[in-house]
Design a protein around this ligand. Structure first.
Ligand code: SAH
Length: 213
């Protein structure tokens, strides 16, 4: 598949729709305009790739809806060279958006098939996360901690303690919390022991799985 002027036009429209829906961070909208979302999907979805919808990406998983990607990215308040941990690499689309916003991205995926495909795809598109890892995101990446911010892109029944521990003071953990549907939740680390909690309404994600296949 190629990236054409038609795709660029559809991306500009998508960014305009996300702005209408309340996304105000210019860096997020610029990244949405730049990342060729159709190349993160099977070619049979090419005509739909710039709709504001989630689609299947194999292994029973989905690429997040662009609004959700933009909303979570905006909450992170990314500054250039921020070290960001993503749990749930999936298609790599969210990884690419964070990279395009200037972040040093570390990402973990527990489905080997997706980990392999995405590890090959991202460099082909010129997207170079600092580290892609195959494993259980509940544990975070202790060897690379601490992180400026952490984003979880699957619905989590609880906030994994290791992720809280791997956050810098002042850092943000953005995590959709809940089983059937999720409340977008952000923890800001105030000091060694205290976290300030903010909630941002309902979203839908595939589950964050632990010790299950
Ligand atoms: N950011 C991805 C979203 C993919 S859906 C994208 O934009 O495409 C959520 C992803 O989280 C899935 O790929 C799923 O396999 C992964 N996941 C679920 N539980 C996980 C865990 N415990 N550790 C790491 N990844 C996990």
């Amino acid at each position: 598949m190629k990236d054409t002027a038609k795709h660029q036009g559809l991306r500009n429209q998508l960014a305009a729709i996300l702005a209408q829906k309340g996304i105000t961070d210019k860096n997020v909208l610029e990244a949405i305009k730049k990342i060729p979302r159709h190349l993160f999907l099977n070619s049979s979805f090419e005509d739909y790739a710039y709709q504001d919808k989630a689609f299947p990406i194999g292994a029973g998983q989905t690429i997040s809806q662009p609004y959700t990607v933009a909303f979570q990215s905006q909450l992170l308040e990314i500054q250039k060279d921020h070290k960001i941990l993503e749990i749930g690499t999936g298609s790599g689309y969210q990884t690419a958006v964070l990279f395009m916003m200037g972040a040093k991205v570390y990402s973990v995926e527990r489905q080997n098939e997706l980990f392999k495909t995405t590890s090959v795809l991202l460099p082909k598109l010129g997207i170079r996360p600092k580290h892609l890892s195959f494993g259980d995101g509940y544990k975070g990446l202790p060897n690379h901690a601490p992180f400026d911010s952490i984003i979880v892109t699957a619905g989590a029944p609880i906030i994994p303690k290791p992720l809280m521990a791997q956050l810098k003071i002042g850092g943000r953990l953005v995590i959709p919390l809940g089983e059937e549907h999720q409340i977008m939740t952000m923890l800001i680390r105030k000091n060694e022991t205290q976290f300030e909690k903010h909630e941002f309404g309902e979203f839908r994600f595939v589950p964050l799985l632990e010790n299950k296949n």
